[in-house]
Design a protein around this ligand. Structure first.
Ligand code: DGT
Ligand code: CA
Ligand code: CA
Ligand code: ZN
Length: 580
Protein backbone atom coordinates (compact mmCIF):
# COMPACT_ATOMS: atom_id res chain seq x y z
CA UNK A 1 0.00 0.00 0.00
CA UNK A 2 1.29 3.50 -0.74
CA UNK A 3 1.93 6.09 1.96
CA UNK A 4 -1.05 8.16 1.02
CA UNK A 5 -3.49 5.28 1.45
CA UNK A 6 -2.00 4.39 4.82
CA UNK A 7 -2.24 8.03 5.93
CA UNK A 8 -5.84 8.10 4.81
CA UNK A 9 -6.76 5.06 6.93
CA UNK A 10 -5.05 6.61 9.95
CA UNK A 11 -6.76 9.94 9.54
CA UNK A 12 -10.15 8.31 8.99
CA UNK A 13 -9.63 6.45 12.23
CA UNK A 14 -8.93 9.77 13.95
CA UNK A 15 -12.12 11.22 12.46
CA UNK A 16 -14.18 8.27 13.62
CA UNK A 17 -12.64 8.46 17.10
CA UNK A 18 -13.54 12.11 17.23
CA UNK A 19 -17.11 11.43 16.12
CA UNK A 20 -17.34 8.95 18.98
CA UNK A 21 -15.92 11.56 21.41
CA UNK A 22 -12.87 9.43 21.94
CA UNK A 23 -9.83 10.27 24.03
CA UNK A 24 -8.31 13.51 22.62
CA UNK A 25 -4.81 12.23 23.23
CA UNK A 26 -5.50 9.13 21.21
CA UNK A 27 -7.14 11.14 18.41
CA UNK A 28 -4.11 13.37 18.23
CA UNK A 29 -1.73 10.45 18.03
CA UNK A 30 -3.58 9.08 14.98
CA UNK A 31 -3.59 12.50 13.35
CA UNK A 32 0.09 12.99 14.00
CA UNK A 33 0.87 9.56 12.57
CA UNK A 34 -1.22 10.28 9.47
CA UNK A 35 0.73 13.48 8.90
CA UNK A 36 4.03 11.72 9.49
CA UNK A 37 3.22 9.00 6.97
CA UNK A 38 1.97 11.54 4.44
CA UNK A 39 5.07 13.70 4.65
CA UNK A 40 7.89 11.21 5.07
CA UNK A 41 10.03 10.41 2.08
CA UNK A 42 10.47 6.85 3.31
CA UNK A 43 8.27 4.31 1.57
CA UNK A 44 6.39 2.79 4.49
CA UNK A 45 5.48 -0.51 2.83
CA UNK A 46 9.18 -1.17 2.23
CA UNK A 47 10.01 -1.04 5.96
CA UNK A 48 6.70 -2.22 7.41
CA UNK A 49 8.21 -5.51 8.47
CA UNK A 50 10.59 -3.72 10.83
CA UNK A 51 8.80 -2.08 13.79
CA UNK A 52 12.03 -0.39 14.93
CA UNK A 53 12.51 1.34 11.60
CA UNK A 54 8.90 2.49 11.61
CA UNK A 55 9.44 4.07 15.00
CA UNK A 56 12.38 6.03 13.69
CA UNK A 57 9.89 8.18 11.77
CA UNK A 58 9.04 11.14 13.99
CA UNK A 59 5.38 11.00 15.01
CA UNK A 60 5.20 7.22 15.03
CA UNK A 61 5.40 5.44 18.37
CA UNK A 62 5.25 1.79 19.30
CA UNK A 63 1.46 1.45 19.14
CA UNK A 64 1.26 3.26 15.82
CA UNK A 65 4.02 1.10 14.35
CA UNK A 66 1.97 -1.96 15.14
CA UNK A 67 -1.15 -0.32 13.66
CA UNK A 68 0.76 0.31 10.46
CA UNK A 69 1.84 -3.30 10.39
CA UNK A 70 -1.82 -4.30 10.70
CA UNK A 71 -2.67 -2.04 7.79
CA UNK A 72 0.05 -3.57 5.64
CA UNK A 73 -1.09 -7.08 6.52
CA UNK A 74 -4.86 -6.71 6.26
CA UNK A 75 -5.45 -3.53 4.29
CA UNK A 76 -7.30 -2.08 7.24
CA UNK A 77 -7.16 -1.31 10.93
CA UNK A 78 -9.09 -3.22 13.62
CA UNK A 79 -10.07 -0.03 15.45
CA UNK A 80 -11.32 1.60 12.27
CA UNK A 81 -13.38 -1.46 11.36
CA UNK A 82 -14.82 -1.57 14.85
CA UNK A 83 -15.81 2.11 14.71
CA UNK A 84 -17.28 1.65 11.26
CA UNK A 85 -19.52 -1.10 12.64
CA UNK A 86 -20.81 1.30 15.24
CA UNK A 87 -21.08 4.28 12.93
CA UNK A 88 -21.52 4.31 9.17
CA UNK A 89 -18.92 4.65 6.42
CA UNK A 90 -21.01 7.42 4.86
CA UNK A 91 -20.21 9.59 7.89
CA UNK A 92 -16.69 9.96 6.57
CA UNK A 93 -18.21 11.45 3.44
CA UNK A 94 -20.12 13.98 5.55
CA UNK A 95 -16.79 15.25 6.80
CA UNK A 96 -15.88 16.31 3.30
CA UNK A 97 -18.53 19.04 3.33
CA UNK A 98 -17.12 22.52 3.92
CA UNK A 99 -17.28 23.62 7.54
CA UNK A 100 -18.18 20.14 8.72
CA UNK A 101 -16.20 18.68 11.60
CA UNK A 102 -16.54 15.48 13.63
CA UNK A 103 -18.49 17.35 16.31
CA UNK A 104 -21.24 18.33 13.88
CA UNK A 105 -21.31 14.82 12.44
CA UNK A 106 -21.77 13.42 15.94
CA UNK A 107 -24.52 15.96 16.64
CA UNK A 108 -26.44 15.14 13.45
CA UNK A 109 -26.21 11.47 14.23
CA UNK A 110 -27.34 11.74 17.83
CA UNK A 111 -30.07 14.31 17.32
CA UNK A 112 -31.39 13.39 13.89
CA UNK A 113 -29.95 9.95 13.01
CA UNK A 114 -28.46 11.62 9.93
CA UNK A 115 -25.39 9.73 8.69
CA UNK A 116 -24.89 10.61 5.02
CA UNK A 117 -24.82 13.55 2.66
CA UNK A 118 -28.16 12.53 1.14
CA UNK A 119 -29.79 12.21 4.55
CA UNK A 120 -28.46 15.59 5.58
CA UNK A 121 -29.78 17.16 2.40
CA UNK A 122 -33.21 15.67 3.11
CA UNK A 123 -33.10 16.83 6.73
CA UNK A 124 -32.34 20.38 5.63
CA UNK A 125 -35.14 20.31 3.06
CA UNK A 126 -37.56 19.08 5.74
CA UNK A 127 -36.52 21.88 8.09
CA UNK A 128 -35.26 19.44 10.71
CA UNK A 129 -32.04 21.34 11.43
CA UNK A 130 -33.84 24.40 12.74
CA UNK A 131 -34.37 22.86 16.18
CA UNK A 132 -30.71 22.09 16.74
CA UNK A 133 -28.67 24.31 19.01
CA UNK A 134 -25.79 26.11 17.20
CA UNK A 135 -27.54 26.04 13.82
CA UNK A 136 -28.98 29.34 12.62
CA UNK A 137 -30.47 30.17 9.21
CA UNK A 138 -27.14 31.35 7.87
CA UNK A 139 -25.33 28.19 8.82
CA UNK A 140 -28.03 25.97 7.42
CA UNK A 141 -27.89 27.85 4.13
CA UNK A 142 -24.12 27.46 4.08
CA UNK A 143 -24.47 23.73 4.57
CA UNK A 144 -27.09 23.49 1.83
CA UNK A 145 -24.77 25.31 -0.59
CA UNK A 146 -21.89 23.10 0.51
CA UNK A 147 -23.90 20.00 -0.32
CA UNK A 148 -24.80 21.43 -3.71
CA UNK A 149 -21.13 22.12 -4.54
CA UNK A 150 -20.07 18.76 -3.18
CA UNK A 151 -22.55 16.94 -5.39
CA UNK A 152 -21.40 18.89 -8.41
CA UNK A 153 -17.82 17.83 -7.76
CA UNK A 154 -18.30 14.39 -6.34
CA UNK A 155 -17.10 11.59 -8.48
CA UNK A 156 -14.27 13.72 -9.85
CA UNK A 157 -10.61 13.48 -8.86
CA UNK A 158 -7.62 15.81 -8.90
CA UNK A 159 -5.30 15.45 -11.87
CA UNK A 160 -2.41 14.14 -9.75
CA UNK A 161 -4.59 11.41 -8.26
CA UNK A 162 -5.59 10.40 -11.78
CA UNK A 163 -2.07 10.51 -13.11
CA UNK A 164 -0.54 8.55 -10.23
CA UNK A 165 -3.21 5.87 -10.54
CA UNK A 166 -2.61 5.68 -14.30
CA UNK A 167 1.15 5.42 -13.86
CA UNK A 168 0.85 2.52 -11.44
CA UNK A 169 -1.54 0.62 -13.66
CA UNK A 170 0.65 1.24 -16.69
CA UNK A 171 3.67 -0.12 -14.82
CA UNK A 172 1.67 -3.26 -14.03
CA UNK A 173 0.54 -3.72 -17.62
CA UNK A 174 4.11 -3.29 -18.89
CA UNK A 175 4.98 -6.53 -17.15
CA UNK A 176 2.80 -8.46 -19.59
CA UNK A 177 4.70 -9.51 -22.71
CA UNK A 178 3.42 -8.21 -26.02
CA UNK A 179 1.77 -5.00 -24.81
CA UNK A 180 3.92 -2.42 -26.55
CA UNK A 181 1.88 0.77 -26.12
CA UNK A 182 -0.07 1.66 -23.00
CA UNK A 183 -1.43 5.15 -22.80
CA UNK A 184 -4.04 7.20 -20.98
CA UNK A 185 -6.71 8.83 -23.17
CA UNK A 186 -9.77 10.85 -22.09
CA UNK A 187 -9.60 13.89 -19.86
CA UNK A 188 -6.28 12.84 -18.35
CA UNK A 189 -4.55 12.95 -21.74
CA UNK A 190 -6.12 16.32 -22.39
CA UNK A 191 -4.74 17.50 -19.05
CA UNK A 192 -8.07 18.62 -17.63
CA UNK A 193 -7.81 19.95 -14.08
CA UNK A 194 -9.93 17.10 -12.73
CA UNK A 195 -10.81 13.69 -14.12
CA UNK A 196 -14.04 11.72 -13.92
CA UNK A 197 -12.60 8.34 -14.80
CA UNK A 198 -9.47 6.95 -16.43
CA UNK A 199 -9.50 5.68 -20.00
CA UNK A 200 -6.43 3.56 -20.64
CA UNK A 201 -5.68 2.29 -24.13
CA UNK A 202 -3.42 -0.67 -24.79
CA UNK A 203 -2.09 -2.22 -27.96
CA UNK A 204 0.62 -4.56 -29.17
CA UNK A 205 0.93 -8.09 -30.58
CA UNK A 206 -0.75 -9.48 -27.46
CA UNK A 207 -3.91 -7.54 -28.37
CA UNK A 208 -4.45 -9.42 -31.63
CA UNK A 209 -8.01 -10.73 -31.71
CA UNK A 210 -7.14 -14.40 -31.28
CA UNK A 211 -4.77 -13.74 -28.37
CA UNK A 212 -6.23 -10.89 -26.39
CA UNK A 213 -8.01 -13.03 -23.78
CA UNK A 214 -4.84 -13.64 -21.77
CA UNK A 215 -4.08 -9.91 -21.58
CA UNK A 216 -7.68 -9.19 -20.58
CA UNK A 217 -7.42 -11.75 -17.76
CA UNK A 218 -4.13 -10.25 -16.63
CA UNK A 219 -5.67 -6.74 -16.58
CA UNK A 220 -8.65 -7.94 -14.54
CA UNK A 221 -6.24 -9.41 -11.99
CA UNK A 222 -4.69 -6.01 -11.17
CA UNK A 223 -4.31 -6.25 -7.38
CA UNK A 224 -5.61 -2.77 -6.37
CA UNK A 225 -9.00 -3.44 -7.97
CA UNK A 226 -11.71 -2.95 -5.35
CA UNK A 227 -14.62 -3.80 -7.60
CA UNK A 228 -14.52 -5.39 -11.04
CA UNK A 229 -17.43 -3.91 -13.00
CA UNK A 230 -17.06 -5.56 -16.37
CA UNK A 231 -14.75 -7.88 -18.20
CA UNK A 232 -15.55 -7.97 -21.89
CA UNK A 233 -13.84 -9.19 -25.03
CA UNK A 234 -11.35 -6.35 -25.15
CA UNK A 235 -12.44 -4.07 -22.32
CA UNK A 236 -12.00 -4.25 -18.58
CA UNK A 237 -13.74 -1.76 -16.24
CA UNK A 238 -13.13 -1.53 -12.54
CA UNK A 239 -13.10 0.71 -9.52
CA UNK A 240 -9.97 1.32 -7.45
CA UNK A 241 -9.90 1.64 -3.68
CA UNK A 242 -9.92 5.43 -4.03
CA UNK A 243 -13.28 5.20 -5.80
CA UNK A 244 -11.71 6.10 -9.14
CA UNK A 245 -13.15 4.15 -12.08
CA UNK A 246 -10.89 2.86 -14.85
CA UNK A 247 -11.79 1.65 -18.34
CA UNK A 248 -9.00 -0.32 -20.03
CA UNK A 249 -9.37 -1.09 -23.73
CA UNK A 250 -7.10 -3.54 -25.51
CA UNK A 251 -7.00 -2.84 -29.23
CA UNK A 252 -5.49 -4.37 -32.35
CA UNK A 253 -2.59 -2.32 -33.71
CA UNK A 254 -4.34 -1.38 -36.97
CA UNK A 255 -7.09 0.56 -35.21
CA UNK A 256 -5.13 1.92 -32.25
CA UNK A 257 -4.84 5.46 -33.63
CA UNK A 258 -8.55 5.66 -34.32
CA UNK A 259 -9.34 4.48 -30.80
CA UNK A 260 -6.83 6.90 -29.28
CA UNK A 261 -8.35 9.77 -31.24
CA UNK A 262 -11.87 8.75 -30.28
CA UNK A 263 -11.29 8.10 -26.58
CA UNK A 264 -9.13 11.17 -26.10
CA UNK A 265 -12.09 13.35 -26.93
CA UNK A 266 -13.30 15.78 -26.03
CA UNK A 267 -16.77 14.88 -27.16
CA UNK A 268 -17.24 18.29 -28.77
CA UNK A 269 -13.91 18.07 -30.58
CA UNK A 270 -14.88 14.64 -31.88
CA UNK A 271 -18.25 15.87 -33.10
CA UNK A 272 -16.56 18.57 -35.17
CA UNK A 273 -13.94 16.20 -36.51
CA UNK A 274 -16.58 13.69 -37.52
CA UNK A 275 -18.54 16.36 -39.36
CA UNK A 276 -15.42 17.34 -41.22
CA UNK A 277 -14.86 13.69 -42.16
CA UNK A 278 -18.43 13.36 -43.44
CA UNK A 279 -18.02 16.45 -45.64
CA UNK A 280 -15.12 14.68 -47.28
CA UNK A 281 -17.00 11.47 -47.83
CA UNK A 282 -15.51 9.60 -44.84
CA UNK A 283 -16.88 8.14 -41.66
CA UNK A 284 -14.78 8.28 -38.50
CA UNK A 285 -15.31 5.75 -35.75
CA UNK A 286 -13.28 4.34 -32.90
CA UNK A 287 -12.08 1.67 -35.37
CA UNK A 288 -11.02 3.65 -38.43
CA UNK A 289 -11.44 6.48 -40.86
CA UNK A 290 -13.20 4.83 -43.80
CA UNK A 291 -14.84 5.79 -47.08
CA UNK A 292 -18.60 6.27 -46.83
CA UNK A 293 -19.40 4.68 -50.20
CA UNK A 294 -17.57 1.35 -49.96
CA UNK A 295 -16.42 1.28 -46.33
CA UNK A 296 -12.78 0.88 -47.37
CA UNK A 297 -10.08 1.72 -44.85
CA UNK A 298 -8.41 5.15 -45.09
CA UNK A 299 -6.50 5.55 -41.83
CA UNK A 300 -6.48 4.20 -38.28
CA UNK A 301 -3.07 3.05 -37.03
CA UNK A 302 -1.97 6.48 -35.78
CA UNK A 303 -3.63 9.76 -34.92
CA UNK A 304 -1.31 11.58 -37.30
CA UNK A 305 -2.62 9.47 -40.19
CA UNK A 306 -6.20 10.34 -39.34
CA UNK A 307 -5.67 14.08 -38.93
CA UNK A 308 -3.53 14.16 -42.09
CA UNK A 309 -6.25 12.38 -44.09
CA UNK A 310 -8.56 15.20 -43.00
CA UNK A 311 -5.96 17.81 -44.12
CA UNK A 312 -5.20 18.79 -40.55
CA UNK A 313 -2.00 19.07 -38.58
CA UNK A 314 -1.91 16.74 -35.57
CA UNK A 315 -3.58 18.56 -32.69
CA UNK A 316 -2.05 18.37 -29.19
CA UNK A 317 -4.60 16.70 -26.87
CA UNK A 318 -4.69 19.69 -24.50
CA UNK A 319 -6.25 21.78 -27.27
CA UNK A 320 -8.99 19.35 -28.21
CA UNK A 321 -11.89 21.22 -26.66
CA UNK A 322 -13.47 22.61 -29.83
CA UNK A 323 -12.15 26.09 -29.09
CA UNK A 324 -10.73 26.97 -32.48
CA UNK A 325 -8.08 24.25 -32.66
CA UNK A 326 -9.50 22.63 -35.79
CA UNK A 327 -9.44 25.91 -37.72
CA UNK A 328 -5.88 26.54 -36.53
CA UNK A 329 -4.82 23.02 -37.53
CA UNK A 330 -6.28 23.61 -40.96
CA UNK A 331 -4.48 26.93 -41.42
CA UNK A 332 -1.26 25.67 -39.90
CA UNK A 333 -1.41 28.25 -37.11
CA UNK A 334 -1.45 25.95 -34.08
CA UNK A 335 0.78 27.46 -31.38
CA UNK A 336 4.03 25.79 -30.39
CA UNK A 337 2.90 25.01 -26.86
CA UNK A 338 5.10 25.50 -23.83
CA UNK A 339 6.84 22.39 -22.47
CA UNK A 340 8.14 21.37 -19.07
CA UNK A 341 11.70 21.63 -20.35
CA UNK A 342 11.19 25.33 -21.14
CA UNK A 343 10.92 26.15 -17.43
CA UNK A 344 14.12 27.57 -15.94
CA UNK A 345 12.99 28.49 -12.46
CA UNK A 346 10.31 28.23 -9.82
CA UNK A 347 9.62 31.42 -7.89
CA UNK A 348 7.00 30.63 -5.25
CA UNK A 349 8.02 28.21 -2.51
CA UNK A 350 8.14 27.93 1.27
CA UNK A 351 10.72 26.69 3.76
CA UNK A 352 10.73 25.56 7.36
CA UNK A 353 11.03 29.19 8.39
CA UNK A 354 7.23 29.16 7.97
CA UNK A 355 5.03 26.23 6.97
CA UNK A 356 7.39 24.45 4.56
CA UNK A 357 9.25 21.29 5.52
CA UNK A 358 12.73 21.86 4.14
CA UNK A 359 15.55 24.36 4.53
CA UNK A 360 16.50 26.99 1.98
CA UNK A 361 19.54 24.95 1.07
CA UNK A 362 17.51 21.77 0.58
CA UNK A 363 15.08 23.58 -1.70
CA UNK A 364 17.99 24.99 -3.70
CA UNK A 365 19.62 21.57 -4.08
CA UNK A 366 16.34 19.99 -5.16
CA UNK A 367 15.77 22.71 -7.74
CA UNK A 368 19.31 22.29 -9.00
CA UNK A 369 18.74 18.55 -9.36
CA UNK A 370 15.72 19.36 -11.51
CA UNK A 371 17.95 21.43 -13.78
CA UNK A 372 16.61 24.83 -12.78
CA UNK A 373 18.73 27.96 -13.07
CA UNK A 374 17.00 29.85 -10.27
CA UNK A 375 14.37 29.79 -7.55
CA UNK A 376 12.84 32.37 -5.28
CA UNK A 377 12.16 31.58 -1.64
CA UNK A 378 8.81 33.17 -0.79
CA UNK A 379 7.81 32.33 2.75
CA UNK A 380 4.62 33.59 4.35
CA UNK A 381 4.29 36.93 6.10
CA UNK A 382 3.01 37.69 9.57
CA UNK A 383 -0.72 37.90 8.85
CA UNK A 384 -0.72 34.13 8.40
CA UNK A 385 0.08 33.50 12.04
CA UNK A 386 -0.81 29.81 11.83
CA UNK A 387 2.08 29.31 9.39
CA UNK A 388 4.48 31.15 11.69
CA UNK A 389 4.51 33.94 9.09
CA UNK A 390 7.45 36.37 9.08
CA UNK A 391 7.21 39.86 10.53
CA UNK A 392 9.46 42.60 9.14
CA UNK A 393 12.43 41.75 11.35
CA UNK A 394 12.29 38.03 10.66
CA UNK A 395 11.70 38.64 6.96
CA UNK A 396 14.87 40.73 6.76
CA UNK A 397 16.81 38.12 8.69
CA UNK A 398 15.47 35.49 6.29
CA UNK A 399 16.66 37.55 3.30
CA UNK A 400 20.11 37.52 4.81
CA UNK A 401 20.05 33.72 5.05
CA UNK A 402 18.70 33.36 1.53
CA UNK A 403 21.59 35.47 0.25
CA UNK A 404 24.01 33.27 2.18
CA UNK A 405 22.64 30.15 0.53
CA UNK A 406 22.74 31.91 -2.82
CA UNK A 407 26.45 32.53 -2.24
CA UNK A 408 27.04 28.94 -1.05
CA UNK A 409 25.57 27.64 -4.31
CA UNK A 410 28.39 29.44 -6.15
CA UNK A 411 26.35 30.22 -9.23
CA UNK A 412 25.26 26.63 -9.89
CA UNK A 413 21.77 27.94 -9.19
CA UNK A 414 20.56 31.38 -8.17
CA UNK A 415 18.42 31.71 -5.03
CA UNK A 416 16.45 34.94 -5.05
CA UNK A 417 15.10 36.48 -1.87
CA UNK A 418 11.34 36.78 -1.95
CA UNK A 419 8.21 36.69 0.12
CA UNK A 420 4.56 35.79 -0.22
CA UNK A 421 2.80 38.66 1.50
CA UNK A 422 -0.81 38.71 2.56
CA UNK A 423 -3.34 41.02 0.99
CA UNK A 424 -5.24 42.26 4.04
CA UNK A 425 -9.00 42.78 4.02
CA UNK A 426 -8.67 46.37 2.80
CA UNK A 427 -5.97 45.65 0.21
CA UNK A 428 -3.06 46.76 2.39
CA UNK A 429 0.05 44.57 2.33
CA UNK A 430 0.98 43.20 5.76
CA UNK A 431 4.70 44.13 5.65
CA UNK A 432 6.49 47.47 5.32
CA UNK A 433 7.64 48.80 1.95
CA UNK A 434 11.24 48.97 3.23
CA UNK A 435 11.09 45.22 3.85
CA UNK A 436 9.61 44.48 0.43
CA UNK A 437 12.33 46.62 -1.16
CA UNK A 438 14.87 43.96 -0.14
CA UNK A 439 13.09 41.24 -2.11
CA UNK A 440 13.49 40.27 -5.74
CA UNK A 441 10.18 38.44 -5.88
CA UNK A 442 7.14 39.73 -4.01
CA UNK A 443 4.11 37.49 -4.46
CA UNK A 444 0.93 38.97 -2.99
CA UNK A 445 -1.95 36.64 -2.20
CA UNK A 446 -5.37 36.58 -0.60
CA UNK A 447 -5.40 34.01 2.21
CA UNK A 448 -8.21 35.29 4.42
CA UNK A 449 -11.69 36.86 4.24
CA UNK A 450 -12.70 34.96 1.09
CA UNK A 451 -16.36 35.85 1.43
CA UNK A 452 -16.18 39.55 0.66
CA UNK A 453 -18.70 40.77 -1.91
CA UNK A 454 -17.43 41.03 -5.47
CA UNK A 455 -16.95 44.78 -5.50
CA UNK A 456 -15.09 44.84 -2.21
CA UNK A 457 -12.83 41.95 -3.22
CA UNK A 458 -12.06 43.60 -6.56
CA UNK A 459 -11.18 46.91 -4.84
CA UNK A 460 -9.05 44.98 -2.38
CA UNK A 461 -6.98 43.19 -5.01
CA UNK A 462 -6.69 46.30 -7.18
CA UNK A 463 -5.38 48.23 -4.20
CA UNK A 464 -2.87 45.50 -3.43
CA UNK A 465 -1.32 45.54 -6.89
CA UNK A 466 -0.98 49.32 -6.71
CA UNK A 467 1.67 48.69 -4.08
CA UNK A 468 4.77 49.27 -6.23
CA UNK A 469 6.69 46.37 -4.72
CA UNK A 470 4.13 43.71 -5.60
CA UNK A 471 5.36 41.81 -8.64
CA UNK A 472 3.21 38.70 -8.86
CA UNK A 473 -0.41 38.12 -7.89
CA UNK A 474 -0.45 34.66 -6.24
CA UNK A 475 -3.21 32.08 -6.89
CA UNK A 476 -5.47 34.91 -8.06
CA UNK A 477 -8.91 33.36 -7.49
CA UNK A 478 -8.24 31.40 -4.29
CA UNK A 479 -10.05 28.31 -5.48
CA UNK A 480 -9.33 24.84 -4.10
CA UNK A 481 -10.39 22.26 -6.65
CA UNK A 482 -13.28 20.06 -5.51
CA UNK A 483 -13.27 21.90 -2.17
CA UNK A 484 -13.65 25.65 -2.45
CA UNK A 485 -15.09 27.78 -5.22
CA UNK A 486 -13.10 30.80 -6.46
CA UNK A 487 -13.89 33.95 -4.53
CA UNK A 488 -16.01 36.63 -6.14
CA UNK A 489 -13.70 38.88 -8.18
CA UNK A 490 -13.90 40.97 -11.33
CA UNK A 491 -10.94 39.21 -12.84
CA UNK A 492 -10.83 40.98 -16.23
CA UNK A 493 -10.63 44.35 -14.47
CA UNK A 494 -7.85 43.11 -12.22
CA UNK A 495 -5.98 41.62 -15.16
CA UNK A 496 -6.24 44.80 -17.22
CA UNK A 497 -4.75 46.83 -14.38
CA UNK A 498 -2.09 44.19 -13.72
CA UNK A 499 -1.10 44.34 -17.38
CA UNK A 500 -0.71 48.13 -17.17
CA UNK A 501 1.33 47.92 -13.99
CA UNK A 502 3.45 45.00 -15.13
CA UNK A 503 2.31 42.77 -12.28
CA UNK A 504 2.47 39.14 -13.37
CA UNK A 505 -0.45 36.78 -12.87
CA UNK A 506 0.50 33.49 -11.25
CA UNK A 507 -0.56 30.10 -12.42
CA UNK A 508 -0.20 28.12 -9.22
CA UNK A 509 0.70 24.61 -10.38
CA UNK A 510 -0.21 22.82 -7.16
CA UNK A 511 -2.82 20.27 -8.29
CA UNK A 512 -5.56 21.34 -5.89
CA UNK A 513 -5.26 24.96 -7.03
CA UNK A 514 -4.31 25.17 -10.73
CA UNK A 515 -5.17 28.83 -10.30
CA UNK A 516 -5.61 30.74 -12.74
CA UNK A 517 -7.69 28.21 -14.61
CA UNK A 518 -6.96 27.36 -18.24
CA UNK A 519 -9.76 29.64 -19.39
CA UNK A 520 -8.61 32.56 -17.27
CA UNK A 521 -5.03 32.06 -18.43
CA UNK A 522 -6.08 32.40 -22.01
CA UNK A 523 -7.83 35.63 -21.08
CA UNK A 524 -4.72 36.83 -19.22
CA UNK A 525 -2.70 36.40 -22.38
CA UNK A 526 -5.30 38.20 -24.47
CA UNK A 527 -5.26 41.11 -22.03
CA UNK A 528 -1.48 41.32 -22.21
CA UNK A 529 -0.61 40.07 -18.72
CA UNK A 530 2.74 38.63 -17.83
CA UNK A 531 2.38 35.08 -16.52
CA UNK A 532 4.49 33.08 -14.11
CA UNK A 533 3.97 29.38 -13.33
CA UNK A 534 4.98 28.35 -9.81
CA UNK A 535 4.55 25.26 -7.66
CA UNK A 536 4.09 26.91 -4.25
CA UNK A 537 6.16 23.99 -2.93
CA UNK A 538 6.13 23.31 0.79
CA UNK A 539 8.49 20.33 0.39
CA UNK A 540 11.27 19.48 -2.04
CA UNK A 541 9.08 16.72 -3.49
CA UNK A 542 6.41 19.26 -4.47
CA UNK A 543 8.59 20.79 -7.17
CA UNK A 544 7.59 18.04 -9.54
CA UNK A 545 4.00 19.36 -9.47
CA UNK A 546 5.19 21.84 -12.09
CA UNK A 547 4.08 19.38 -14.74
CA UNK A 548 0.41 19.79 -13.84
CA UNK A 549 0.72 23.54 -14.22
CA UNK A 550 2.35 23.10 -17.62
CA UNK A 551 -0.64 21.05 -18.73
CA UNK A 552 -2.96 23.95 -17.84
CA UNK A 553 -0.75 26.48 -19.65
CA UNK A 554 -0.89 24.27 -22.71
CA UNK A 555 -4.66 24.07 -22.45
CA UNK A 556 -4.62 27.89 -22.46
CA UNK A 557 -2.69 27.85 -25.77
CA UNK A 558 0.38 29.43 -24.13
CA UNK A 559 3.85 29.29 -25.64
CA UNK A 560 7.24 29.61 -24.03
CA UNK A 561 7.27 33.32 -24.87
CA UNK A 562 4.15 33.92 -22.79
CA UNK A 563 5.71 32.76 -19.52
CA UNK A 564 8.28 34.72 -17.51
CA UNK A 565 10.06 31.84 -15.82
CA UNK A 566 11.13 30.34 -19.11
CA UNK A 567 13.67 33.19 -19.22
CA UNK A 568 17.26 32.90 -17.99
CA UNK A 569 17.82 34.31 -14.47
CA UNK A 570 18.89 37.84 -15.42
CA UNK A 571 16.22 38.32 -18.03
CA UNK A 572 13.64 36.91 -15.67
CA UNK A 573 14.45 39.55 -13.06
CA UNK A 574 14.48 42.23 -15.71
CA UNK A 575 11.09 41.13 -17.02
CA UNK A 576 9.40 41.47 -13.63
CA UNK A 577 7.70 44.74 -12.75
CA UNK A 578 10.50 47.31 -12.40
CA UNK A 579 11.46 48.36 -8.89
CA UNK A 580 10.14 51.77 -7.91
P1 DGT B 1 -14.11 12.65 -17.69
O1 DGT B 1 -13.92 11.18 -17.63
O2 DGT B 1 -15.45 13.10 -17.25
O3 DGT B 1 -13.05 13.40 -16.98
O4 DGT B 1 -14.02 13.13 -19.22
P2 DGT B 1 -13.57 12.29 -20.51
O5 DGT B 1 -13.38 13.29 -21.59
O6 DGT B 1 -12.46 11.38 -20.20
O7 DGT B 1 -14.91 11.51 -20.87
P3 DGT B 1 -15.27 9.96 -20.89
O8 DGT B 1 -14.43 9.16 -19.97
O9 DGT B 1 -16.75 9.90 -20.69
O10 DGT B 1 -15.00 9.52 -22.38
C1 DGT B 1 -13.69 9.48 -22.89
C2 DGT B 1 -13.69 10.00 -24.29
O11 DGT B 1 -14.44 9.12 -25.14
C3 DGT B 1 -14.37 11.34 -24.46
O12 DGT B 1 -13.51 12.41 -24.19
C4 DGT B 1 -14.76 11.30 -25.90
C5 DGT B 1 -15.08 9.85 -26.14
N1 DGT B 1 -16.53 9.65 -26.05
C6 DGT B 1 -17.19 9.04 -25.06
N2 DGT B 1 -18.50 9.01 -25.32
C7 DGT B 1 -18.66 9.64 -26.50
C8 DGT B 1 -19.79 9.95 -27.33
O13 DGT B 1 -20.92 9.64 -27.02
N3 DGT B 1 -19.53 10.62 -28.49
C9 DGT B 1 -18.28 10.96 -28.87
N4 DGT B 1 -18.09 11.60 -30.02
N5 DGT B 1 -17.22 10.68 -28.13
C10 DGT B 1 -17.41 10.03 -26.97
CA1 CA C 1 -12.51 9.71 -18.64
CA1 CA D 1 -14.48 6.65 -19.51
ZN1 ZN E 1 -0.45 31.16 -0.91
Amino acid sequence: MDNRSIAQLLSETADLLEISSGDPFRIRSYRRAAEAVESTTVQISAIAGDAKKLQEIPGIGKGMASNIQDIEKTGSLPLRDELLQKYKPTMLELLKLPGMGPKSVALFWEALQVASVDELEAAIAAGRLKDLPRFGEKQIEKLRKGIEDYKKNSGRFLIDTGEEAAEKLIAYLREFPGLTTIQPAGSLRRGRETVGDLDILVTGPACAEDKVQAAVDYTAAYPPIANLIAKGQNKVSFILRSGLQVDVRLLPEASYGAALQYFTGSKMHNVSIRQRALKRGYTLSEYALAKVDDGSFVAGATEEDIYAALSLAWIPPELRENNGEIEAAEKGTLPKLIEQSDIRGDVHMHTNATDGRNTIREMAEAALARGYEYIAITDHSKNLAMTNGLDDARALEHVRRIREVDAEMEGRIRVFPGIEVDILGDGEIDLADETLAQMDVVVASVHTLFNQPREQMTERVLRAIENPYVRILGHPTGRLLLRREPFELDLPTVMRRAAELGVAMEHNAYPDRLDLSDRDLRLAKELGCKISVNTDSHHTSHMEKMRYGIRQLRRAWLTKEDVLNTLPAKQFLAALRPRP
